[in-house]
Write a protein that binds this ligand. Structure first.
Ligand SMILES: [Zn+2]
Length: 253
């Protein structure tokens, strides 16, 4: 069976403290054999590294969530990533959030911090796992401007026309399970080429059922919905998505 990868989940979240082993078992039982564990803070990033030592399924990522407008924290995160570059599979989640951050001076800080992670991604040849909320156009423009090569836009909330320059630049777009209840994401999936698609859950949030804790096993919902929207057999889609994952992450499943 072709292994599936949840390419964006917050397994360091305290929501998973009590039953992470069960959560990973349930994921494995439906074929979700690997999970990219993103971080929001330094504590999360360190926890991801510890969890990855305990569980083979966990691929640790490290990044500072874009609403933290703190140069010291960003610098400490850059150091942490450099010092653990042999273990960390991606830089994320990082990016721009114009929904929460509205003041021009604050957005300026956000851009500078994002730039430091983009430069690090190029230096270390690591994929960026990017959050862009109400800021898709700006995030894609910044990534292209700085020459980012390995990019995953997570739960992209923009239009397909906004995504287009990213597709042309070879960026990937990870589709969350909440696609089954989002008209915007359904339209996006229809327009995006299969060769740029990845799947994610963003657990513990973005559950197919709102208000319920999300978990990586629900990646199957995203897989089934994308297969339906693209009118393609599930097994065929799994192979394409696994190839996409390999092209971006250079990890053999
Ligand atoms: Zn996230």
């Amino acid at each position: 069976m072709q292994t599936l990868v949840d390419t964006h989940a917050h397994l360091a979240d305290s929501d998973f403290d009590a039953d992470l082993a069960d959560v990973l078992d349930r994921a494995k039982s439906v074929g979700v054999g690997r999970i990219v564990a993103v971080s929001e803070t330094l504590d999360d990033a360190l926890k991801n590294l510890r969890l990855a030592e305990m569980y083979d399924a966990i691929l640790p990522a490290a990044g500072l969530y874009p609403t933290y407008l703190d140069f010291d924290k960003a610098e400490a995160m850059v150091d942490l990533i450099r010092n653990n570059a042999d273990k960390i599979v991606a830089i994320g989640e990082v990016g721009l959030d114009y929904w929460k951050i509205k003041e021009p001076e604050e957005r300026d800080i956000q851009h500078k911090i994002f730039e430091s992670f983009i430069k690090l991604s190029i230096e270390l040849n690591k994929p960026l796992n990017v959050h862009a909320r109400s800021a898709g156009r700006h995030a894609i423009a910044k990534l292209i401007e700085l020459g980012a090569k390995k990019v995953q836009m997570h739960a992209f909330d923009g239009k397909a026309s906004t995504a287009l320059p990213g597709i042309e630049a070879g960026f990937f777009f990870s589709i969350p399970a909440s696609v089954m209840r989002s008209r915007q994401k359904q339209k996006l999936v229809k327009r995006l080429p299969l060769e740029c698609l990845l799947l994610e859950t963003d657990s513990p949030v973005l559950c197919p059922e709102p208000t319920v804790r999300n978990e990586p096993a629900n990646l199957i919902t995203a897989l089934e919905e994308v297969a339906r929207l693209k009118d393609i057999q599930i097994e065929e889609l799994k192979v394409i998505i696994a190839n996409n994952f390999h092209r971006l992450y250079d990890i053999t499943l």
